[in-house]
Design a protein around this ligand. Sequence first.
Ligand code: AGP
Length: 612
Amino acid sequence: MCGIVGYIGKPPVVQTLLDCLGRLEYRGYDSAGIAVVNGRGIQVRKRVGKIKELVASIQQHPFEGTSGIAHSRWATHGLPTEANAHPHTDCRGSLAIVHNGIIENYAALKARLQANGHRFRSKTDTEVIAHLVEDYAKRLPVAQAFRRALKELRGSYAVCLIAKQDPQRIYGARAGSPLIVGVGDGEAFLASDVPAVLAKTRRVIYLNEGEVVELSSDGARLTTLSGAVIHRKPSTVSWDIASARKEGYDHFMLKEIFEQPSAVEQTLVNRLDAARGRIAFDRRTRAFLEKLKPNEQFVLIACGTAYHAGLVGEYMLEELARVPVDVDLASEFRYRGPMLTRDTTVIAITQSGETADTLAGVRLAKEQGAKVLSICNVMGASIPRESDAVMYTHAGPEIAVASTKAYTSQLSALYLLTLYLAKARGALSAVRWRSLVRQLSHIPSLVERSLRAEPLIKEIAKSYAGARDFYYLGRRYNYPSALEGALKLKEICPSIHAEGYAAGEMKHGPISLIRRGWPVVFLATDSPVYEKVVSNIEEVRARKGDCIVIASEGDQRIRRYATHLIPVPKTEELFSPIVAAAPLQLLAYHIAKLNRCDIDQPPNLAKSVTVE
Ligand code: AGP
């Protein structure tokens, strides 16, 4: 959701900015723009549509600069037009701003600035920042004017600024929206996310809330909003540029689906020692878990796919660790007036660590005295930094908007947590516990095996590429799988309507729509509710619907009920969502591909939803 880049260093500055911005394409956007400082002042170019439109325009009428900023915009205030695209300038075009987030008090600020003679050219909330800085810069140096302006903003922002009178610097600040600093050799970067700068540097400083940074080609100077200097050394990111490239795959989504065995392995490695029967966490997480009360109440909060992982987590934590669990959509949790106490642990699940609703849920939990443990993929993101303890999933960068490897690595983290708590609470016999730990250690190879169904799934996709409605049905642990399978399809193939339901709910409404050839994807792996799922399959068949059934390998009986059968490795029920994930993702992927959809960047969606 909105990508920001800033660069100061070596020529060609414009090309570097465009390269970095291109690496943020996955975030979702509808217009793009760039501004540089050069001998002629500030030059701005903006285009509606893809970054390639902006690139083409610059190739036709090139310009260069000593430093610059660039932006891909996902419209919130004002239509996706050139006027509303970033960067925005002040009245005289002497400074330019790019911004991610929402300025909640922009209307009041705009009215005040207009009354003082400022002329606005866009419908955005962002433009007020440019005019505010302009106002203060009449009597203060740029750095101070920037900080004074920031102090007046309410809402969320990651913002970058260049100014004509200060061409050797770029400025950045964050509050509520992500911004990182990349420190190179004689060059420095600002970006919304690490992949933007990975090809240039792996040395990164994560800005904290309320911090301001001043970049020159010599490096970064951090201050508070009041100007107090902050000392922080860059950390080195473990991801490399290869992990942010497609590497021969047609889409990032497909690459990430096939990365799942290693992503899951990365979540488990160093934490799971099956040979010795041990689950270990880092010191902070262990200390956190050891302090939990016997009557601890758990609330899992998340959005989208991460919420589905949370739903699977609820089943396993309650059934195996015998702890009470609620799962909430973060966007509902924050508004339902939850009753939290010191004996509540809120588990925030998030790939990006920046999802606005989940972050707000974390803050609400802390305000009410609850503890927060986060499960997150992105190191140094806001949610892990505001949590009491973190389990990083280490799945590597997930670029496609549709979450795949992040989901299965979140499930893996929840398996670890469940088994750890089950042991701590004596909820399972030693024999059963060791058996589950051993099986968990085999999950990466089972996920690998489930990927082998791809050729079969590709064929099945051909039969349903023209379908316009799909149901996904499952029970217990695979009810969330049904929700996730449907989300994957509707997310990347917007012409298809897909709904996931608990199979037991079918008779309470959804069944009324089933007619000849209506595709229903069933999760019918080995479980105590297998027979009940088979009955649901019969009900669909009785109405001449088509049943695409994901079932355990070796299940001969299911053949006679299935229009199409996708076998997955046979596992304990609790592990079935993780082995069923890849076939669901692949089915969505191949249907979307046949429909020529923009798979990695579906329209209207953003990778990281940093506004409410
Ligand atoms: C998943 O495919 C979606 N793109 C979306 O639902 C996502 O899972 C959700 O926005 C939560 O994101 P997070 O994990 O980064 O918090």
